[in-house]
Design a protein around this ligand. Structure first.
Ligand code: NAD
Length: 259
C-alpha cells in the first residue's frame, strides 16, 4: 500500500520549492486530498495548475493566507473547509497530516539588518508555524490522531553567520516541536520537524551567485545541494503511519552539513 492512501494533507508553503515537492510526493503516495497554501494567489494558482496537469481528477485545492499578517482563525477556517470538502466514505471529516513549510530567510549581518526584519522573519517562520500547529493540534486532538511536520533548518541547530533572525526562528521551531510533541503524544498526535541543509530552491539559488553556491557545496559532506524531492520524502514519511514511533523529533536531511 502507498504511504498516504486515504489521507488528507494540508501543506503551507505548498506553492513552490520543498512545499510543492511535498504536495507532489503526497499525491504520488496516493493521498486522498492535498491542500497547498501560499501568501500569493498567483504562485498558488500556478502550482495548482501544474499539480492538476500531472494528477488529473485528484482532490487538490489551494488556500491563501499571509503568515506575516493573518490571524489563527483564517488558518483554522482553511483547515476546516479542506476537511469538510473531502470526507471519507462514511462521511467522517479528518485532517491526517499538516506539513508546515512556509518560510522566509534573510542575509544580513547585525550591522546592516533593516529595522523590523528580525521581527518579520520570526513572525512568519516561528509564530506562523505556531498558528498552523495550534489550529491543526486542536482538530487532531479531537480526532485522537494526526501528524504535524514542521520545518526547522540546520541554521536553527548550528547558527547562520548572516541570519540571526532566521537562526532564531528555526531554533524556536525546534523548541516548539519538542514541547508540542510531548503534549500531543497524549492524544496520539505526532509532532516532528525536519532540518533541511541547503536545498535547490528559489530561497537559496535566486540571489546567490555560482561561486558562493560552489563554496557552500564544499562545506557539505555529500558535496551538493539537496533536491526538493529528497526533502519531500522525509516530510511524507513523517506524515505517514510508517513513522508511528517518531514523536517530538528533529530529523536532519542535509547531506551532513555542519558549517
Ligand atoms: P521557497 O522560497 O521556495 O518557498 C517558500 C514558500 O513559503 C512559498 O510557498 C511561499 O508562498 C511561502 N511563504 C513565504 N512567506 C509566506 C508568508 N508570509 N505567508 C504564507 N506563506 C509564505 O522556500 P523553500 O526553500 O521551499 O523553503 C521551504 C521551507 O524550508 C522554509 O521554511 C525554509 O526556511 C526551509 N528551509 C529551506 C532551506 C533551503 O535550502 N531551501 C534550508 C533550510 C530550511
Amino acid at each position: 500500500m502507498a504511504l498516504m492512501t486515504g489521507k488528507n494533507v494540508f501543506i503551507t508553503g505548498g506553492s513552490r520549492g520543498i512545499g510543492f515537492a511535498t504536495a507532489r510526493e503526497a499525491l504520488l503516495e496516493d493521498a486522498n486530498a492535498v491542500a497547498i497554501c501560499s501568501h500569493f494567489d498567483e504562485t498558488r494558482e500556478a502550482a495548482l495548475k501544474k499539480l492538476n496537469e500531472e494528477f488529473p481528477g485528484r482532490n487538490i485545492v489551494g488556500y491563501t493566507f499571509d503568515l506575516e499578517t493573518c490571524g489563527e482563525a483564517e488558518i483554522g477556517a482553511a483547515m476546516k473547509d479542506f476537511i469538510a470538502k473531502f470526507p471519507d466514505a462514511e462521511g467522517k471529516q479528518h485532517l491526517d497530516a499538516v506539513c508546515s513549510l512556509a518560510g522566509i530567510t534573510h542575509n544580513n549581518t547585525c550591522k546592516n539588518i533593516p529595522e523590523g526584519l528580525f521581527e518579520k522573519v520570526v513572525r512568519v517562520n516561528l509564530i506562523g508555524t505556531w498558528y498552523v500547529d495550534h489550529q491543526a493540534a486542536l482538530i487532531m486532538r479531537g480526532q485522537k490522531y494526526g501528524s504535524i511536520v514542521n520545518t526547522a533548518s540546520v541554521a536553527g541547530v548550528y547558527g547562520n553567520s548572516m541570519g540571526a533572525g532566521y537562526g532564531a526562528s528555526k531554533g524556536g521551531v525546534i523548541g516548539l516541536t519538542r514541547s508540542l510533541g510531548r503534549e500531543m503524544a497524549f492524544f496520539n498526535v505526532r509532532v516532528n520537524c525536519v532540518a533541511p541543509g541547503v536545498v535547490k530552491t528559489d530561497m537559496t539559488t535566486k540571489d546567490t551567485g555560482p561561486e558562493a553556491l560552489e563554496y557552500v557545496c564544499s562545506t557539505i559532506a555529500l558535496r551538493r545541494m539537496g533536491e526538493p524531492s529528497e526533502l519531500a520524502k522525509m516530510f511524507i514519511f513523517l506524515s505517514s503511519d510508517n513513522a508511528s514511533y517518531c514523536e517530538a523529533g528533529l530529523y536532519h536531511v542535509d547531506g551532513w552539513t555542519t558549517a
